[in-house]
Design a binder for this molecule. Structure first.
Ligand code: ADP
Ligand code: MG
Length: 249
C-alpha cells in the first residue's frame, strides 16, 4: 500500500463536540497524512475516544468539519457516510466479534455482503489475514474459545478485511490481561511498518515511543501539544504534559 506520503487522509477543521452543556472537544484542527502513525495520549476524560469517534462520525461533531480523503463526512447522507466509513477500520477496547460465527465467518461476513467479494476471494483473504495476525490455525474456532489477545487480533484482521485506508484504534489493549498485550501490539507494530495509516489512542507509552510518527497529547478537549515521540517524551513543553508524564512514567 505505497502511497504518496504527502496525501492527506484525514483533515479535521475546527472540530467541536458537546454533550448537552458539556463541551468535550473544544477546537481541534489537525491532519493525518498517508502512512503516518499518530498516537493520541492523555488523561482519562480528556476526550480521546470522542475525538476518535468523530473521525469516522460515529459521533456527529457539534461544529467543524471532518474530511476523509477530501470528502466532508459531516452533514452527508447516511448511505454516503457508510460508504466512506468502510475505508476507516476501527478497533475498540472490547472486541465485539460475532459470537455465533466462526473466526473465518467473522472475517468473511462484511467482505461478502458489503464489498461483494466472491466466496473464494473472501475466504482467501480471510486466511491471509489470519496468517498476518498469527492465527492461521484458528479459522474454525468460535470467539469464545479464544483468549482476549487472540480475539483482539481477530478483530484487527476483521477491520483489515474491509481493505481500509486508515485504521483507528481506541485503547485496543486496555481490556487485556497483561500477558496478552504484547501479541496485540506486535500485530499493530507490523501493520504500522507495512505503511498503514493509523490513529491509535493508547496508554502503552513504550509502543507510542517506538512506533508513532507523532504524539498528540490531549487534555481538556484540546490537543495541547504534539511532536515526535523522542521530543515529546524527553522534553514535554506544556505543564499539562509534564504533569501527565510525571504520573505515568
Ligand atoms: P477519554 O477517552 O479521553 O477518556 P471520552 O472521550 O471518553 O474521554 O470522554 C470525554 C468526556 O465526554 C467525558 O466527560 C465523558 O463523560 C463525556 N462523554 C463521552 N461520551 C459521551 C456521551 N455519549 N454522552 C455524554 N457525555 C459523554
Ligand atoms: Mg477513551
Amino acid at each position: 500500500m505505497l502511497k504518496d506520503k504527502e496525501q492527506t487522509i484525514i483533515e479535521v477543521q475546527q472540530l467541536k463536540k458537546s454533550f448537552g452543556d458539556d463541551v468535550v472537544l473544544k477546537d481541534i484542527s489537525e491532519t493525518v497524512k498517508a502512512g503516518q502513525v499518530i498516537c493520541v495520549i492523555g488523561p482519562s476524560g480528556a476526550g480521546k475516544s470522542t475525538f476518535l469517534r468523530c473521525l469516522n462520525v460515529l459521533e456527529e461533531p457539534t461544529s467543524g468539519k471532518v474530511l476523509f480523503e477530501g470528502s466532508d463526512l459531516t452533514g452527508i447522507k447516511e448511505e454516503e457516510l457508510n460508504h466512506l466509513r468502510q475505508k476507516m477500520g476501527m478497533v475498540f477496547q472490547s472486541f465485539n466479534l460475532f459470537p455465533n460465527l466462526t473466526v473465518l465467518d467473522n472475517l468473511q461476513l462484511a467482505p461478502l455482503k458489503v464489498r461483494r467479494l466472491s466466496a473464494d476471494q473472501a475466504q482467501k483473504q480471510a486466511h491471509k489475514l489470519l496468517t498476518q495476525v498469527g492465527l492461521a490455525d484458528k479459522a474454525a474456532e468460535y470467539p469464545a474459545s479464544l483468549s482476549g489477545g487472540q480475539q483482539q487480533r481477530v478483530a484487527i484482521a476483521r477491520a483489515l478485511a474491509m481493505d481500509p485506508e486508515v485504521m483507528l484504534f481506541d485503547e485496543p489493549t486496555s481490556a487485556l490481561d497483561p500477558e496478552m498485550v504484547g501479541e496485540v501490539l506486535k500485530v499493530m507494530r507490523d501493520l504500522a511498518h507495512s505503511g498503514m495509516t493509523m490513529v491509535v489512542v493508547t496508554h502503552e507509552m513504550g509502543f507510542a515511543k517506538e512506533v508513532a510518527d507523532q504524539i498528540w497529547f490531549m487534555a481538556d478537549g484540546y490537543i495541547q501539544e504534539k511532536g515526535k515521540p523522542e521530543d515529546f517524551f524527553a522534553h514535554p513543553k506544556t505543564e499539562r504534559a509534564q504533569d501527565f508524564l510525571s504520573k505515568i512514567l
